[in-house]
Design a protein around this ligand. Sequence first.
Ligand SMILES: Nc1ncnc2c1ncn2[C@@H]1O[C@H](COP(=O)(O)OP(=O)(O)OP(=O)(O)O)[C@@H](O)[C@H]1O
Length: 188
Amino acid sequence: MSALLTFEGVTCARGGRTLFEDVSFALGPGDALRLTGPNGTGKSSLLLVASGLLEPISGRVEAVRLALADERIGLERDRSLRDALSFWAKLDNSDIVDTALKAMGLTELAEVPVRYLSTGQRRRAGLARAIASGARLLLLDEPADGLDTASRELLDAAIARNRQAGGAVLAASHQPLNGTWQELELGS
Ligand SMILES: Nc1ncnc2c1ncn2[C@@H]1O[C@H](COP(=O)(O)OP(=O)(O)OP(=O)(O)O)[C@@H](O)[C@H]1O
């Protein structure tokens, strides 16, 4: 069973400060790991390292194709939500935008320009972008932030579906997430 994400002895520093040191773990199909720890201990930075956007100072990171959903929505403001999601959609699956919209309860907002979305809707749109990409590895930064109860349930269901389909999830979250998660506490 090959890993979707591997960290081997990874050390990360930012602003001249070591955030985490010698972190090792591997996520295989169906696995989920929740990053916890106080503010500023490097959870978001670890996600950036996993995504390849931030270079660690040492160690090895290997990942399959992935999607990162964080506070940046990553969708063009002036396009409709459907068009903006289409940009990220997995090419060989024409239904995937509709699937992603439905998964995050956004079908009725499909034709609304991205700039009009509310805070919680923006968060859901970022998650829909990750789903539309078809990536097996999801990197989620505080995915439950700003979500109402119904949206939380949609998030839980989307994560469960990804895992059941052989994907893996790495999430930084101050809030507990539904299902069985491994935990990695930073700053301890
Ligand atoms: N571009 C940057 N340059 C220098 N330092 C940075 C940069 N971005 C973040 N940092 C610092 O890195 C540290 C870790 O930040 P990070 O966002 O990874 O923490 P976090 O654990 O996700 O925090 P929170 O729980 O508040 O979201 C913080 O001290 C932050 O100030």
